[in-house]
Write a protein that binds this ligand. Structure first.
Ligand code: IMP
Ligand code: MG
Length: 187
C-alpha cells in the first residue's frame, strides 16, 4: 500500500480553496499582479491553482535548484529568471514544498533586490513545518506536514523521475531502489 500524502481529490480541494483566497486578495490590485511558478517542482500545482484564480493575473516562471536525490543541498542556483517586469506589482510565488526554507528565503531576497515588486505572497502546496533551517513567511499552504519525509509525485521528483504521478506519496525503500534501477538501466 502506498503512503499517500495528498490524493488527487485533496489536491483539487486545495487548489479550489487557495484559488478563491488568492482571487479575493488580488482582485482589486491597481497594477496586474504576476503569479510566478517555481520550476520545476511547482509547475503541476501552479497550473491547477491558476485555473482556480478568477481575477486577472499575469503569469511567469522562475527556476532555481537546490535538491539532489532525496535531500536539500542548501546551495541555491538561479537557473532561469522571470521575464516580466514585476516592479511595483504584487508577485505571487508558487512553490511545491517548503522544506528548509532556503529556496523561498533566497527568492525573496533576489526578487526584492533585483526586481522591486510591491509585495510578495508566498503559496505552497506542502509545508514541512518542522524542517526549517531559516525562518520564512508562508502566506498560504495547502497542507502542513509534521514529519520530514521524502515526497514524490505531482511535480515532485526523484532525480527528475515521476513528476507525472497525479498525487503526492512517500516512496518506500523498494520503490526508491526500483527508481535507481530505472535511472541506471533505462536512462
Ligand atoms: P527548501 O529550499 O529546503 O525549502 O526546499 C525547497 C525545494 O526542495 C522545493 O522547491 C522542492 O522542489 C524541493 N523539495 C523539498 N522537499 C522535497 C521532497 O520531499 N521531494 C522532492 N522535492 C522536495
Ligand atoms: Mg521546487
Amino acid at each position: 500500500m502506498k503512503e499517500i500524502v495528498l490524493s488527487e481529490a485533496e489536491i483539487s480541494d486545495i487548489c479550489k480553496n487557495l484559488g478563491q483566497k488568492i482571487t479575493d486578495e488580488i482582485k482589486d490590485e491597481e497594477k496586474l499582479p504576476i503569479l510566478v511558478g517555481i520550476m520545476k517542482g511547482g509547475l503541476n500545482f501552479t497550473m491547477d491553482l491558476l485555473k482556480n484564480i478568477t481575477a486577472p493575473v499575469l503569469t511567469d516562471y522562475i527556476q532555481i535548484s537546490s535538491y539532489s536525490g532525496t535531500s536539500t543541498t542548501g546551495i541555491i542556483n538561479m537557473k532561469k529568471d522571470m521575464t516580466l517586469d514585476c516592479k511595483d506589482r504584487t508577485v505571487i510565488l508558487v512553490e511545491d514544498v517548503v522544506d528548509s526554507g532556503y529556496s523561498i528565503h533566497y527568492l525573496k531576497n533576489y526578487l526584492f533586490e533585483k526586481h522591486q515588486p510591491k509585495r510578495l505572497i508566498v503559496v505552497c502546496l506542502l509545508n514541512k513545518v518542522n524542517c526549517r533551517k531559516i525562518d520564512v513567511q508562508i502566506d498560504y499552504d495547502g497542507k502542513k506536514l509534521e514529519e520530514n519525509k521524502f515526497l514524490m509525485g505531482y511535480g515532485l521528483d526523484y532525480n527528475e523521475l515521476y513528476r507525472n504521478i497525479p498525487y503526492v506519496f512517500v516512496p518506500s525503500d523498494e520503490e526508491v531502489k526500483e527508481y535507481d534501477r530505472l535511472l541506471k538501466e533505462r536512462n
